[in-house]
Design a protein around this ligand. Structure first.
Ligand code: GTP
Ligand code: SPV
Ligand code: MN
Length: 591
């Protein structure tokens, strides 16, 4: 491709051309740049971003192909209070979503966007969510005035001509408009129009607010489409566990934001599990649909990882360290004088001096953190040494287990298994977790986060539960459902379970249960491992007593837990399926 053709219009799709023309009229950019996804384009856009100071090129000896970005200090995480589901009726969005009528929201946003790209370039970013040719994939077009977004979408999705190839002349694509405008947080809106398959995001330039293929399309619009079309869009990692004999078991897990999906999806089994392998299919989102053989199949719609940086090191997540060693965009970490990056929890000592995520001088004596707690990497999944080859399979992988889990210092044992599908849906629906830095506000507070989807469900949560219940009826081999908690603490505040790679020990029990190989004991909560069923051999300083503590069921804590669940059930009131009310009664009776 010649340099000259870069940015030229590369589609004849009439619906697309007409929509872009409308948006150009509204936003009035000086230039339009049509992305094709080529290497030449990546080089040109990267050079431009560096020239403008939007990206800083990192030390090519240490981090080849890596770049550094700082977001606006008022724009470092998702903004749930500025995120809207705009359906004609408020009841469709339900009590857990912010709602505004589509007409009203369009009026407001058209006003804000009018002329908002003057003096700027509008990048037309075509992207494909899911493998080419997959019956589950979706095409989106994001129009953005952010070169950082265009470059990040290139990592996070299958971006460029491949999306045009999938789309052809169809008018069925997600229409996404993103503009940084003046970054005024008071006018920040992340607005979804599920009936129109459309998204408008303004006044932010951060991750989940603006990489529209991710939370906006793959989860909020996706969940809405999934309900209508008979599939599930979930905030879940997908992994394959391979035994030394070569048997592969595929598992999905829903943990809330910054609660361990990336780490679990990239886990390296401990030495004790020689010959076992964990293959990553996805680290954040799963689209699942019953297949013709009656099993539930999952694809990862994404092509990259937008992962939490702090705490990542060669011990906690060696595969992530390899993945982010090249061709990665780092956002809001610390920058060292030799153009390396640093964050709390990285291997080695902190630098004697560096610039923190805001660009201020930082030393180990500083009170503030050098890296923002929600600093992130955007890295292509192809960098992952344990990327599962199945990631490009249009049919996806058959799922044997669904795991739910939150961040809970008490109450929740390490692992238990639901009695059946509806009990499992109840366990997912009543999930609680401490809030994290991934969203603005409330860090550390426990809240109900059903299926880790509270911020991402694009329709009424009660209907979503009903849809979950109905999916079982579309499968002959519903996955087994489990609940885990890596975060339980003792009275001194120490974690009762080592976590990370050692989670393999729990995963093995889960896989064995799916294959009918592991025994379990019935408890009020569900099935738990027999006393010796979790192998703890080789965990330094760990004891059976400690395992008993992390696995303990405290009936008083559980009675309190039942009351906490009320917070959600009362909010949803009459829309909670009666099956879940019954499950709650049964649990109370068992306690
Ligand atoms: P999103 O990308 O926000 O959806 O998050 P995620 O679920 O992928 O979270 P991630 O794996 O990035 O983990 C976030 C935080 O949890 C990091 O600080 C990790 O160090 C910590 N963490 C992950 N797994 C474990 C674990 O097994 N035990 C403990 N104690 N901490 C963990
Ligand atoms: C999350 O918050 O769940 C994320 C990060 O995965 S973001 O893309 O910013 O939403
Ligand atoms: Mn996430």
């Amino acid at each position: 491709m010649t340099q000259k053709s870069l940015g030229q219009c590369n589609t004849t799709n009439k619906a697309l051309l007409a929509w872009v023309e409308d948006m150009v009229k509204l936003c009035q950019p000086d230039r339009i740049f049509w992305c094709d996804g080529s290497e030449a384009e990546k080089e040109a856009l990267t050079a431009e971003a560096v020239a403008k100071g939007i990206l800083i090129k990192l030390n090519p000896k240490k981090l080849p192909g890596c770049y550094y970005h700082r977001s606006h200090p008022n724009d470092v995480a998702r903004v749930e209070d500025r995120t809207f589901i705009c359906t004609p009726m408020q009841d469709e969005a339900g009590p857990t979503n912010n709602w505004t009528a589509p007409k009203e929201m369009h009026k407001k946003l058209n006003g804000l966007c009018a002329g908002g790209m003057r003096g700027r370039t509008m990048y037309v970013v075509p992207y494909l969510m899911g493998p080419l040719g997959s019956p589950l994939n979706k095409v989106g077009i994001e129009l953005t005035d952010s070169i950082y977004v265009a470059l990040s979408m290139r990592i996070m999705t299958r971006m460029g001509d491949i999306a045009h190839q999938q789309l052809g002349n169809s008018d069925e694509f997600n229409r996404g408009l993103h503009s940084m405008l003046d970054m005024n947080p008071a006018n920040r809106y992340i607005a979804h129009f599920p009936q129109d398959n459309a998204i408008i995001s303004v006044n932010s330039n951060y991750g989940g607010n603006v990489l529209l293929g991710k939370k906006c399309l793959s989860l909020r619009i996706g969940s809405y489409l999934g309900r209508n079309e008979g599939w599930l869009a979930e905030h879940m990692l997908i992994l394959g566990v391979e035994s030394p004999e070569g048997e592969k078991t595929y598992v999905v897990a829903a943990f809330p934001s910054a609660c361990g999906k990336t780490n679990f999806a990239m886990m390296v089994p401990p030495a004790r599990f020689q010959g076992w392998k964990i293959w990553t299919i996805g680290d954040d989102i799963a689209w699942m649909k019953p297949g013709r053989d009656g099993r539930l199949y999952a694809i990862n719609p994404e092509a990259g990882y937008f992962g939490v940086v702090p705490g990542t090191n060669s011990k906690s997540n060696p595969n992530a360290m390899k993945t982010i060693a090249h061709d990665t965009i780092y956002t809001n970490v610390a920058l060292t004088p030799d153009l390396d990056v640093w964050w709390e929890g990285k291997d080695g000592d902190p630098p004697k001096e560096c610039l923190d995520w805001r660009g201020n001088k930082w030393t180990p004596d500083s009170k503030e953190k050098a890296a923002n707690p929600n600093s992130r990497f955007a890295a292509p999944m192809r960098n992952n040494p344990m990327l599962a080859p199945e990631v490009d399979d249009p049919n996806g992988v058959p799922i044997s287990a669904i795991i739910f889990g939150g961040r809970r210092a008490d109450t929740m044992p390490l692992v238990y298994q639901a009695f059946d599908w509806i009990h499992g849906v109840y366990i997912g629906a009543t999930m609680g977790s401490e809030m994290t830095a991934a969203a603005v506000g409330g860090v550390g507070q426990i809240r109900r986060d059903p299926m880790a989807m509270l911020p991402f469900c694009g329709y009424n949560m009660g209907d979503y539960f009903r849809h979950w219940i109905s999916v079982c009826k579309l499968t002959n081999w519903p996955p087994r459902i489990f609940h885990v908690n890596w975060f339980r603490k003792d009275a001194q505040g120490n974690y009762l379970w080592p976590g990370f790679g050692e989670n393999m020990r729990v995963l093995k029990w889960i896989a064995d249960r799916c294959h009918g190989r592991a025994n379990a004991i019935e408890t009020p909560l569900g099935w738990v491992p027999e006393p010796n069923a979790i192998d703890i051999e080789g965990i330094k300083g760990y004891s059976r007593e400690r395992l008993q503590q992390v696995q303990a069921i405290n009936r008083d804590e559980w009675r309190r837990e039942l009351l906490l669940q009320d917070e959600l059930f009362m909010k949803l009131q009459s829309s909670v399926p009666k099956e879940l009310i019954f499950q709650r009664e049964l649990l109370a009776a068992r306690l």
